[in-house]
Write a protein that binds this ligand. Sequence first.
Ligand code: PLP
Length: 376
Amino acid sequence: MKIYLDNAATTPLDKQVFEAMTPYYLQHFGNASSHHAFGREVKDTLDSCRKTIAQLLNASPEEIIFTSGGTEADNTAIQSAIYGAGVEHVITTKFEHHAVLHTLQQFERKGKIKISYIEHDAQGTLDLIHLESLLQQHPKSFVSVMHANNEIGNLNDIAAIGELCEKYKALFHTDTVQTIGHYVHDLQKLKVHYLAASAHKFHGPKGVGFLYCRKGTPLTQLLHGGGQEAKLRAGTENIAGIVGLTKALQLAYADLNQHQLYIQSLKDQLVAGLLDNISGVSFNGNSANADKSLYTVLSVCLPNTGDDLLRCLDEQGIAVSGGSACSTGAASHVLQALKLRPGRNTVRFSFSRFNTAEEIDRVVNLLSALLQPIAA
Ligand code: PLP
């Protein structure tokens, strides 16, 4: 039996999403920019997808720009703030995805911006008093803080951060790649200027996502070429992908509460199973705190047996992911920022609505057997 617990890396495509997409490969394959019937048909679908996504997020259709995924959406937001709004100071965190961190650091190396990092506690909870003092020193900054971290699952209070940004006239970008489709985002209430999303994190297809850019906020093109996306993003629209993205988001929000409760119950089951069966287990960041972490992610520090635990799990058909302030491979910048004790096995389990309680039981049993020598 194969068990997939790496849903923060990517989620399986929902069958209903696949079914919604296939006609856009086989029948409605036109180019949305073409003026004949094939093109017009696709253009109508594109407009209707944009409208649906905007409705689900309480935004306007013109504020949704389709991209190739989260990386492009993050890059576009950052570039827009620097080139479009002329921002010279950026406030961010050590926990951002490399799509944000590497992009910002590259601009800093070129001398375009100066970056300040928000302080945090040992669990990675951001110090919003420090953020406010940075904003006081540098009003009109660009603030980039992710909603939830993809490695440890820490949730950041983006509502409070948005309020602070508004108070100090800063531009606020949030990477919601791990939370769109998993939490409600009301963009009339949330004080955010840019927001990045990616379909493959909520059972949609890979290679498609969107950037939300609040009306009146500077937006500069990352890709130059044709006049697609109101001249904001060149390149023939990935219509099948956009249809899949839209269907996946509709399905995610249709039963959001039910999915949340179910997935949280799987996470709780794993936390309890590990605590009951493996001595010396601990959880990274706020990962095991239900109020402060993403219900789809659990980052665990396990005793080191000297074996490559991820490989052992892989051999048993269990797909999880690592991180390694702990043992092998390149150190994760997130675990490093938490200053974790070295010499432990970090495993990230990430869940979806397609996982089952039986799968969790099997993982607990297997880990107990693998770690028995240490636990005994
Ligand atoms: N931001 C976060 C938090 C992510 O987890 C990921 C993907 O893992 C990305 C950005 C990049 O998204 P994409 O794979 O759609 O480019």
